[in-house]
Design a protein around this ligand. Structure first.
Ligand code: PEP
Ligand code: MN
Length: 347
């Protein structure tokens, strides 16, 4: 942190700031120029609130030079984090596809979905068993039963499972069925849940809250990492703006920003990012071009009869077509993607 004193600051003002910093355990490097005194501040314990210093007499400006997300930031780790889940590498050169319905609706439904998801070249089956619905009267998910169906469907097709957990009480049971724990947009700042996930030996996909800044997303990742779990995947899923033609505004620019600020993998969710089926494909293409390490896509065998988010779910052939297009884009950005369909064996 750098504190720039006003040109009019008195010796007493400077001394008072230095004393306050010393009390807090900081080391101070003072530099006195022709007009301004600048204090370089290092060390100290815990997070600093610059406002505590901005309020002191004679202080002109307080500039933070190290970001508060120590573990999630590139300063902590220069090279990209690659999360390896039974051979599926997230954050490496290959773009990883995660696809499936918004909700697990039935045993037969998710088994059908897993087949076309596998055929598309995706590596991870998505599906919600605990659903955060805006209305308490909407379908709330099948709970643990849904997770069991999902595990079975994924295992039949050699896929991993990603599913959202809303309540930390469900974690011990869910751990048996899930490979990646999804934290939904509405829970990005549920710090009790995040702290609990810090103790879990499972990767966590953390979605950006719909009104959260990039920094807040990284600070939420920091909560999980501070507990010891460094396997965090960041997910851009659209933010709420004044625009009403889409459900959310897909913030594509967050992808390269997150990639430069953090070493963690970044996944894009253009399904929630737009909320409209025919906008999902273009935003998925843009996400990969912008540097996303993977995509989380809602796709359903019969979207017109889906119990949730049907309007933003791709038809199976649209998912297939998207992957074909992504193959071209990924090559242009020096990445790889799912193998060609003929190389996939589906039982
Ligand atoms: C979901 O993935 O189905 C979901 C509810 O997402 P979000 O938390 O981004 O709204
Ligand atoms: Mn959904």
């Amino acid at each position: 942190m750098i504190i720039v004193m006003n040109a009019t600051a008195t010796t007493e003002n400077i001394q008072a700031v230095v004393e306050r910093l010393t009390e807090q355990g900081f080391d101070i490097h003072k530099s006195t120029g022709a007009t301004h005194t600048v204090l370089g501040v290092v060390g100290g314990a815990g997070a600093v609130d610059p406002r505590n210093y901005e309020l002191l007499d004679g202080v002109g400006e307080v500039v933070r030079i190290s970001e508060p997300y120590k573990l999630a930031g590139r300063l902590f780790r220069k090279e990209d984090t690659v999360i390896d889940i039974r051979g599926v590498k997230i954050g490496g050169n290959e773009i990883v596809l995660m696809a499936g319905p918004c909700s697990v609706e039935s045993r037969s439904g998710i088994r059908e979905a897993a087949k076309f998801v596998k055929r598309s070249g995706a590596k991870v089956l998505r599906g919600g068993a605990f659903k955060p619905r805006s209305s308490p009267y909407s379908f709330q998910g099948l709970g643990v039963e849904g997770l069991k169906y999902m595990r079975e469907a994924a295992d039949e097709n050699g896929l991993l499972v990603i599913s959202e957990i809303m309540d930390r009480m469900d974690l011990p049971t869910a751990m048996k069925y899930i490979d990646i724990i999804q934290v939904g947009a509405r829970n990005m700042q549920n710090y009790t849940l995040l702290r609990e996930l810090g103790n879990m030996p499972k990767p966590v996909l953390l979605k950006r809250g719909m009104s959260a800044t990039i920094k807040e997303l990284l600070m939420s990742a920091e909560y999980i990492m501070a507990g010891g779990n460094h396997e965090v995947i960041l997910c851009e899923r659209g933010i709420r703006t004044f625009e009403s033609y889409t459900r959310n505004t897909m913030d594509i620019s967050a992808i390269p920003i997150l990639k430069s600020l953090s070493h963690l993998p970044v996944i894009a969710d253009p399904s929630h990012g737009t909320g409209i089926r025919d906008k999902v494909t273009p935003m998925a293409r843009a996400s990969v071009a912008a540097g996303a390490d993977g995509l989380l896509i809602e796709a359903h065998q019969d979207p017109d009869h889906a119990l949730s988010d049907g309007a933003q779910s791709l038809y199976p052939d649209q998912l297939q077509e998207l992957v074909e297009q992504l193959r071209i884009i990924s090559k242009a950005v020096n990445r790889t993607i799912a193998p060609e369909p003929e190389r996939i064996n589906v039982s």
